[in-house]
Design a protein around this ligand. Structure first.
Ligand code: PLP
Length: 424
């Protein structure tokens, strides 16, 4: 197919009729498909069924002889911290293991920063006239929802394919009102991009106007590869230390998309000062985390090799789904000039840039055809995509057959919306 912008009026009209016919045929199938849920499929959760019987009846003592059934152990088991050390890039004494949900840890860090400040804060963030966060966009909607909830102004920064545009980020960070920045440095949600070494170094070393500026380094997809290549990124904690900003990064991760999404363990890693700060706050909130779940994870995954074996099994289940989406988009949209889409080497999403001003229409067309897509704009601060172009596709949860059918429908909706706009 040739670029629709090059077609004559008659050719465009003919193509419109053809694509509308295909769309109507798709709609007539009366399917019910959902590509909105960035969560593991049941078969992925089944990979961890062995955990349900762990740590087992009489297995509740930790390596140091602690009884994991009891209160205490605020920082998390030493063996759990050691197991995830390669993922977090910090020595065990600078890792904290929490309960399920790293998002909860991020939320708590923001709330505690607002109420108490962080190491280096002249005053609690809530006592400042106004505070702002840099939000690489498109990004993770739940990060933006936390900012919205607590009145943190959001400053979008465009993505480049190698992380956020650092010229924009550096200019924004020089403002003392800017207290932090969201980063998903590997297989970013939703663009799948990986921060380059240069991006990581610039983030670690840039001048920040606020003395207590923090990178919220959400490494949610650290080991979630979709190809045999296990991409690595620079260690942000080491880079910050080297640049003379040792307290700059709060690192987060979890096993939500490794073991069980609703019953994983979450991690925080940072400088000694930040870890002391977090533990001082956390110690008021709880007498200790669920250490049996930590023990369960250690018994199940065992070591780094066990972790990678387990992630390979996830990859075998979900890589074909990502390939099915790419195949349908290629077949219907290649060379039409109406869309660009990502081919991520990891993570949970494919991001599509549809023709400007058509994303909302694509989502409407999809809905009319029984296909649920993430609302247009959801990946932008306040749900507002200035170009009305980004679509986030989440292929992990539906079955491969459903992903194939949905991708066909999505491609047709993207094409039809673009042709309709061109004709208007
Ligand atoms: N961070 C990112 C970038 C995510 O995409 C997600 C889930 O989709 C989360 C965090 C949620 O993590 P958790 O389950 O550990 O709260």
């Amino acid at each position: 197919m040739s670029a629709i912008a090059d077609l004559s009026a008659a050719e465009l009209e003919a193509l419109r009729n053809e694509v509308r016919g295909k769309y109507e045929a798709f709609r007539a199938r009366g399917l019910k498909l959902d590509m909105t849920r960035g969560k593991p499929a049941p078969e992925q959760l089944d990979l961890s069924n062995g955990m349900l019987a762990l740590p087992g009846n009489a297995d509740h003592f930790t390596e140091s002889g602690e009884d994991a059934r009891n209160y205490g152990g605020l920082q998390g088991l030493a063996e759990a911290r050691a197991l995830f050390l390669p993922v977090l890039g910090a020595p065990p004494d600078r890792i904290v293991v929490g309960n399920n949900s790293s998002l909860a840890l991020m939320h708590d860090c923001i709330v505690w920063a607002l109420l108490k400040g962080v190491p280096g804060s002249p005053r609690p963030w809530a006592k400042e006239q106004e505070i702002a966060f840099i939000c690489p966009s498109p990004g993770y909607d739940r990060h933006f929802a936390i900012c919205e909830e607590y009145g943190v102004r959001m400053l979008p920064a465009p993505m480049t394919g190698q992380g956020p545009d650092m010229d924009v980020v550096e200019a924004l960070a020089s403002d003392p009102a800017v207290k932090g920045m969201w980063c998903v440095p590997k297989y970013s949600n939703p663009t799948g991009e990986i921060y380059s070494d240069q991006t990581v170094r610039r983030l670690a070393s840039m001048r920040a106007g606020a003395p207590d500026f923090r990178l919220f380094w959400d490494n949610a997809y650290a080991v979630h590869h979709l190809t045999e290549r296990r991409h690595e990124i620079l260690n942000i904690l080491e880079e910050c230390e080297r640049a003379g900003n040792p307290d700059r990064a709060f690192v987060f991760a979890s096993t939500s998309k490794i073991t069980l999404a609703g019953a994983g363990v979450a991690f925080f890693a940072s400088s000694a000062a930040n870890v002391r700060w977090l533990l001082a706050r956390a110690g008021k909130r709880t007498i200790g985390p669920d250490k049996l779940n930590q023990l369960r994870h250690v018994r199940f995954l065992r070591d780094e090799a066990g972790l990678y074996r387990h992630m390979d099994a996830h990859r075998a289940l979900i890589a074909p789904k990502f390939a099915a989406v790419a195949e349908a988009l290629d077949r219907h949209l290649a060379r039409t000039g109406v869309a660009r889409w990502t081919r991520p080497d990891g993570g949970y999403f494919i991001s599509v840039d549809a023709a400007q001003g058509t994303a909302k229409r694509v989502v409407e067309l999809a809905k009319e055809a029984g296909l649920a897509l993430t609302p247009a704009g959801a990946t932008w601060p306040h749900g507002q995509d200035p170009h009305d172009s980004t679509l986030r596709l989440a292929p992990t949860f539906p079955s491969l057959e459903e992903v194939r059918a949905a991708s066909e429908g999505i491609a047709l909706c993207i094409l039809l919306a673009a042709i309709d706009k061109q004709c208007a």
